[in-house]
Ligand binder design. Structure first.
Ligand code: DGY
Length: 322
């Protein structure tokens, strides 16, 4: 039997995950439902065997140093791990794990939710009615854009991009995609056609980005990209905020260079570019793509299983380094 690990959890998570962790480990959880300051984090990780952290925690070399050399694993409660300095972790022999797969459907579903909401002006229509403006059916009232039969542009064809594209089937959409290289599996599963980024931006009616945040994907969509898009195009981002240049997006929305945008992520979360808040042609959500009860529970269980595997000397099932 391996010794019980001492684990710190940086914020309260769904109970089944916490219950499983507590069965095998000594656990301390941040009692406040808010992000720890970097200083608090440095204090709290000290002496732990593992840390269960979130995408809102900046896990850098200072944190690894503060945790100490006995700390074996940081289990990140997210599929994305751009909040973790993986290189520094690897240098120190610290394992990093993430929570892939279980949030694929929920995230792809929310990308579709945003697409429908922007195309059919759902949020604006709801507000219009609640504001008491509805005077009856009108032939020109809140006209949106068709979805069925249109062209969908998918940038990034990993798990979420692939799942999102598969769901287009019922809407008889033509799928164009772009990625670092062509993706035969994506093509087989979705009928998608590989095109260069410029062709995709010029042709697609809906453009949805599903790339990880890397130096090469920061501001992947910026001024030049908006200029290429059709004035009827709708941009969806459920990946990471800095993939889209928010200032360039505001300009594109304000000048009707594009029809609209649906965003679940922002460049400087939780701050949102104030001018974006004024754009009625944007639907803005507070980073909730994976926010379903089942998905968040399963993310917690995966993070905990990574910790328990490491505690038993096994390779954590969703390790991303070493
Ligand atoms: C992730 O897991 O990276 C998501 O952004 C969480 O919602």
């Amino acid at each position: 039997m391996s010794k019980r690990w001492n684990v710190y959890v940086t914020r309260m998570l769904p109970q089944p995950a916490i219950d499983l962790l507590k069965e095998y480990c000594d656990v301390e959880i941040n009692p406040d439902d808010q992000v720890l300051s970097h200083e608090e984090l440095l204090t709290k990780v000290k002496g732990r065997d593992a840390v269960l952290c979130l995408l809102t925690d900046t896990i850098d070399d200072e944190v690894f140093a503060a945790a100490g050399s006995q700390c074996k694993l940081f289990a990140n409660y997210a599929v994305g791990f751009n909040n973790v300095d993986v290189e520094a972790a690897t240098k120190r022999g610290v394992m990093i794990s993430n929570t892939p797969d279980v949030l694929t459907d929920a995230t792809a579903d929310l990308a579709w939710t945003l697409l429908f909401s922007v195309a059919r002006r759902v949020v604006e229509s709801d507000k219009y009615l609640r504001d008491g403006k509805f005077q009856g059916w009108g032939p020109m009232l809140l006209l949106g854009r068709d979805i069925t039969g249109k062209t969908l542009g998918v940038i990034g064809t990993g798990r979420i991009g692939g799942n999102f594209a598969k769901k287009a089937k019922g809407f008889e959409m033509k799928i164009l995609y772009n990625d670092v290289t062509p993706n035969p599996q994506f093509e087989a599963e979705t009928g998608g056609v590989y095109v260069d980024k410029e062709t995709l931006l010029k042709t697609a009616d809906f453009i949805s980005v599903h790339v990880p945040l890397l130096p090469s994907t920061r501001h992947l969509i910026s001024t030049n990209e908006f200029k290429l898009m059709k004035p009827t195009a709708i941009l969806i981002n459920t990946s990471r905020g800095p993939v889209v240049d928010e200032k360039a997006l505001v300009y594109a929305l304000q000048t009707n260079e594009i029809w609209g945008a649906g965003l679940d992520v922002f460049e400087n979360e939780p701050a949102v570019e104030p001018r974006l808040l004024e754009c009625e042609n944007a639907v803005l959500l507070p980073h909730v793509a994976s926010a379903t009860i089942d998905t968040r529970t399963n993310m917690g269980l995966i993070a905990v299983r990574n910790i328990l595997a490491a505690m038993q000397g096994a390779v954590p099932p969703t390790l991303v380094n070493i």
